[in-house]
Structure formats: structure tokens, C-alpha cells
Design a protein. Structure first.
Length: 429
């Protein structure tokens, strides 16, 4: 990997790709192929035996995906990464890579609705328990931990609650107990670096800000290479005991010649091999295009969102605005401690007229798109209680920060005057 440290440069030059060795192409080629020719039988045996890393089959590894993986790993300051077919796949793999039936993880209550449903319902089918705790009290993670706890999980800038997670505090608790912190950094690329605060794993839905154009679905998991899985061997049997699915390989040992990548190596060679959910090479190419302008876009996203939050806070029809810039006390301290260069582009608010007023507002928008996505270059709006969080009951919605009248905005990079004008006309002013 390159030795660059500034995100603007890493986004363009980081990772394994400089130019295609066969053609000299500066842009990463789209390797739209299922399979790769082996040099000879010995080469094939070395690849399958993990004596060397290389391309075998696109379900497991692909050069276009590799370019994206190495660049995002460099951007986050991690050791290695794995690109997957969606953000939900990234969340699922990040947990299942460490868990067996009977194990548990401890998760923040402040989650995207799809993740909450995955944790509260779907993982139960695999015998994995998820214990939800309020991140306002970091010690709650310690109290919920037992010998079968395999990870802590949280979102950096939770959607839709928008209260920054206490990364360093919970990571420190986990390090003492031998429990890694997995951070979903989807809503805070560039502006937050969870590895610098003790996180062990970072994941993104690349569908959002990294892609930035609403064209592709994808996810990525980044291994920080900073957690001693071998030291806590009893807690992590998936990484420290012989794996019958791969000739009895012990992943902490098998990874040593390759670097501190036992976690991501097992995810690639076992979960991705057996379950699937790879990122397509074409989508990886599109995410690379988005990544090149991510630092610039995040600046404008954050600047516009700051203006929108202040504008809505002064509007007579608005009862409450949810944005880190308007928070006080501990929530504001965390925002200032973990977010550098901006406070994100998500803005939530409640209208005084409640649910009906919120729905009427969305129906009157003209420039904003009414879609189930965030992080686009264009501005977006949605009513979470009836869409993204509709599968949660009222108590679960309240725990995640969704009230009946809550409206979520994802502020784009349009001119701020046009953004504010559309909001004003939709608010009836």
C-alpha cells in the first residue's frame, strides 16, 4: 500500500493499483470474469493452500474488487478489507465471522432499522443472541458481557438518532475483556477514523457516501489488524481452533506470513466462499469512481447540513431538530471528539403537526427525492416510522430514535440556496 496519510490523496492514489501492468491503464479495469487462469498445477495448489494469495474465482477475489479493498483499507488505516454485495452483507459477515450457535454480541440500540431487524430476528435463526444496550452508558457494554460474548457493535453516527457513539470508551472496555469493537462507519467516512480510537473492525455500506451517486449496492469490511485474536484464543474459537472446512487451518496461524489479517482472511476464505454475496467487479469500479471525489463531497455535504440544521431550528413550524451541531452536554462532547472536518450530512427533525405534518411535508418536496437511501450527491428525504423502521414496534422505534413525526433528510451537494428554498416551500412558507 501507499504511504500517503491525507484522505484527499489516498482516495485517488491509495491501495494496490497504480496502473494496469498489461495495458498501462490508469483507471482500474473492470475484470468482468468468473475465473482466472492458473500458471500451472503448482500455482493452483499454492493458491488453494493459502501458500500465496491470488485470484481463483470472482466469488472469492477479483482484481477490480481488490483495488477498492486496498484503497478503502488505506483510507481507514486498516490492514485489509473485503468487498461484499451490500452493506447488510457486510454487517452480517462481520458478526458471523466470530460467532457460532450459542454465542452473543452486545450492540448499541442506536441502529439503522435494517440492522436492528437483522440482529433482533434473523440472527436468532442461527443461534446468535444480540443484547441491546443504551450507548449513553458505555459501562452497559461491560455489564452485558459474558464468556460467550464475541463482539461489540455500533454505528459511528447512528441513523436516525444522530448521537455519536462513544468509540474510545467502549473500545477500551472491550480491550480489557478481550472483546473487539465493530464500527459501522457508513455515515462518517473521512470525518471519523474509528481505528484511531480503538475499534478493531470497521464496515461501510458503500452504497451510501462512498459511492455517492445512487447507482450501486455494496458493502465492505475492514480489518484493523490491531486486535490480538490469539491472546484471547478461548473467546474466538473460529479463529484459533482447527477449521474442518479448510483442512484444519488455524486462522491466526495461517495468516502470520500474510500479516495481521486473520479476521478478514477467514471471512474471505470461509464465509464468502460458502455463503457468497461478493461485490460485482462492475460495482467495485463504480465505487472507485465515487471514492475519488469523496473528500470533496463530504466537505460540501457537511457544510450544507450545518446550514440546514440551523435554518430548520429557527423555523416556526419545526418542533425539534436532530443534528450533532445542535446537541449539548455529553452528546456534543462526543461529536467534537470523534468527528473532524464536519458533523455529517444527515439531519432529522419533527414538525409541530406530528406524523401527518411530516408526511405532508415530504409529499410537497420538489427538488428533494423521496427515496430509501442516504449519502447521495442529491438531497433525499424520508419518513422512517412508515418506511425504513416500519418493521420495528413502537418501543423498538423509540429506542432507535424514531418518533411518529420524525423526518430524516440526507443533505446533498446542491447549492444551499436551492436546498433551503425547497425546504421552505414544502414547509408552507
Amino acid at each position: 500500500m501507499s504511504g500517503y496519510t491525507n484522505p484527499e490523496t489516498i482516495a485517488l492514489h491509495g491501495g494496490s493499483h497504480r496502473a494496469d501492468p498489461n495495458t498501462g491503464s490508469v483507471a482500474v479495469p473492470i475484470h468482468q470474469t468468473t475465473s482466472f487462469q492458473f500458471q500451472d498445477t503448482g500455482h493452483a495448489a499454492r493458491l488453494f493452500g493459502l501458500a500465496e494469495l491470488g485470484n481463483i474465482y470472482t466469488r472469492i477475489m477479483n482484481p477490480t474488487c481488490d483495488a477498492l479493498e486496498t484503497r478503502i483499507a488505506a483510507l481507514e488505516g486498516g490492514a485489509a478489507a473485503l468487498a461484499l454485495g451490500s452493506g447488510q452483507a457486510a454487517t452480517t459477515f462481520s458478526v458471523m465471522n466470530l460467532c457460532e450457535a450459542g454465542d452473543n454480541i452486545v450492540s448499541s440500540t442506536d441502529l439503522y432499522g435494517g440492522t436492528w431487524n437483522l440482529f433482533a430476528n434473523t440472527l436468532k435463526q442461527f443461534g446468535i443472541e444480540v443484547r441491546f444496550v443504551d450507548p449513553a452508558d458505555p459501562e452497559a457494554f461491560a455489564r452485558a458481557t459474558d464468556a460467550r460474548t464475541r463482539a461489540y457493535y455500533a454505528e459511528t453516527l447512528p441513523n436516525p438518532k444522530l448521537q455519536v457513539f462513544p468509540i474510545a470508551e467502549v473500545a477500551a472496555i472491550g480491550r480489557k475483556l478481550g472483546v473487539p469493537l465493530i464500527m459501522d462507519n457508513t455515515a462518517a467516512p473521512i470525518i471519523c477514523k474509528p481505528f484511531q480510537h480503538g475499534a478493531a473492525v470497521v464496515m461501510h455500506s458503500t452504497t451510501k457516501w462512498i459511492g455517492g451517486h445512487g447507482t450501486s449496492i455494496g458493502g465492505i469490511v475492514v480489518d484493523g489488524g490491531n486486535f490480538d485474536w490469539e491472546k484471547w484464543g478461548e473467546r474466538f474459537p473460529t479463529l484459533n481452533k482447527p477449521d474442518p472446512s479448510y483442512h484444519g487451518a488455524i486462522w491466526t496461524q495461517a495468516a502470520k506470513p500474510l500479516g495481521p489479517i486473520a479476521y478478514i482472511l477467514r471471512m474471505r476464505t470461509c464465509l464468502l466462499r460458502d455463503i457468497g454475496a461478493p461485490m460485482s467487479p462492475f460495482n467495485a469500479f463504480l465505487f472507485l469512481q465515487g471514492l475519488e471525489t469523496l473528500p470533496l463531497r463530504m466537505e460540501r455535504h457537511c457544510q450544507n447540513a450545518l446550514r440546514v440544521a440551523a435554518h430548520l431550528a429557527a423555523h416556526p413550524a419545526v418542533a425539534r431538530v436532530i443534528h450533532p451541531s445542535l446537541q449539548e452536554g455529553e452528546a456534543r462532547r462526543r461529536a467534537e471528539a470523534y468527528l473532524k472536518g464536519g458533523m455529517g450530512s444527515l439531519v432529522g427533525f419533527e414538525l409541530k403537526g406530528g406524523k401527518e405534518a411530516g408526511q405532508r411535508f415530504i409529499d410537497r418536496l420538489k427538488m428533494f427525492y423521496h427515496v430509501a437511501n442516504i449519502g447521495d450527491a442529491r438531497s433525499l428525504a424520508i419518513h422512517p416510522a412508515t418506511t425504513t423502521h416500519s418493521q420495528l414496534d413502537e418501543q423498538e422505534q423509540a429506542a432507535s430514535g424514531v418518533t411518529p413525526g420524525y423526518v430524516r433528510l440526507s443533505i446533498g451537494i446542491e447549492h444551499i440556496d436551492d436546498i433551503l428554498a425547497d425546504l421552505d416551500q414544502a414547509l408552507g412558507q
